[in-house]
Design a protein around this ligand. Structure first.
Ligand SMILES: C[S@@+](CC[C@H](N)C(=O)[O-])C[C@H]1O[C@@H](n2cnc3c(N)ncnc32)[C@H](O)[C@@H]1O
Length: 219
């Protein structure tokens, strides 16, 4: 898939199939850090140290990598589950070079291990980061344990309307613990109405560069 450089200098990829990029062209790392790390992980880390995260979909692994780095910095214990039905190749991940972009070249091996490790198995990637990736569609994922945070990072509703339905968000709601949060870059009105309909309390937050708003929804 074609590799692009975004406004903050970090890379992303373009999906020919869906006609969209995996991240904002206004900054891939900036968007992931703003939406998922800042509004999700840091928000929860204020009140708890043990945090279970579900990501849909895992894609380039950027959100998982940022989470691992943040967990180390803040001494958090993270259990991370990523769902992905069309994994990228390890050589594509290597070209994205997120360890260099994040100024942690010593973590390059760790980033690649997110891609190289076996699907479905649970991996203790460090003392404070347990990682599992599953080739299960969001629509079919049945959580054995509940999560504190959902990083909802599917392609946009225009590209994949089948993932932004009441049934999917009812399922996301059921997969969260009480007070759990779902964070996403999307702030469309119809989407927020769906979140409210299935029981979420919805907050509008300032968006990353190029987007006025983003959404955090609390169970
Ligand atoms: C916006 S991109 C991923 C961004 C990703 N979080 C990252 O940092 O690279 C959306 C991802 O969802 C995956 N996807 C599409 N349909 C899916 C489904 N039904 N279940 C799980 N993942 C899906 C795509 O293959 C793609 O990797």
């Amino acid at each position: 898939m074609p590799l692009l450089t975004t406004s903050d200098g970090s890379t992303t990829i373009y999906s020919d199939q869906y006609g969209v990029t995996y991240h904002s062209i206004h900054g891939a790392v900036t968007e992931s850090a703003h939406v998922f790390i800042n509004a999700g992980l840091r928000y929860k880390a204020v009140v708890q140290q043990d945090i279970a995260i579900l990501e849909t979909g895992f894609g380039t692994g950027l959100n998982a990598f940022l989470t691992k780095i943040e967990a180390e910095r803040r001494n958090l214990n993270v259990r991370y589950t990523g769902l992905e039905i069309q994994p990228i190749q390890t050589w594509e991940a290597a070209e994205l070079d997120y360890a260099e972009a994040l100024l942690v070249p010593e973590q390059k091996g760790l980033f690649l291990s997110l891609h190289q490790c076996a699907w479905e198995a649970v991996h203790e990637l460090s003392d404070n980061f347990t990682f599992q990736k599953c080739q299960t569609p969001i629509q079919e994922f049945l959580a054995e344990e509940k999560f504190d945070i959902i990083y909802f990072d599917a392609f946009a509703p225009q590209a994949q309307p089948e993932l932004w339905t009441e049934a999917v968000f009812a399922h996301m709601y059921a997969s969260l613990k009480p007070d759990g949060v779902l964070v996403t870059y999307c702030a469309q009105g119809a989407f927020k109405r769906t979140l409210k309909k299935v029981g979420f309390t919805v907050e509008r937050l300032e968006g990353p560069p190029g987007k006025r708003e983003m959404t955090r929804a609390t169970k």
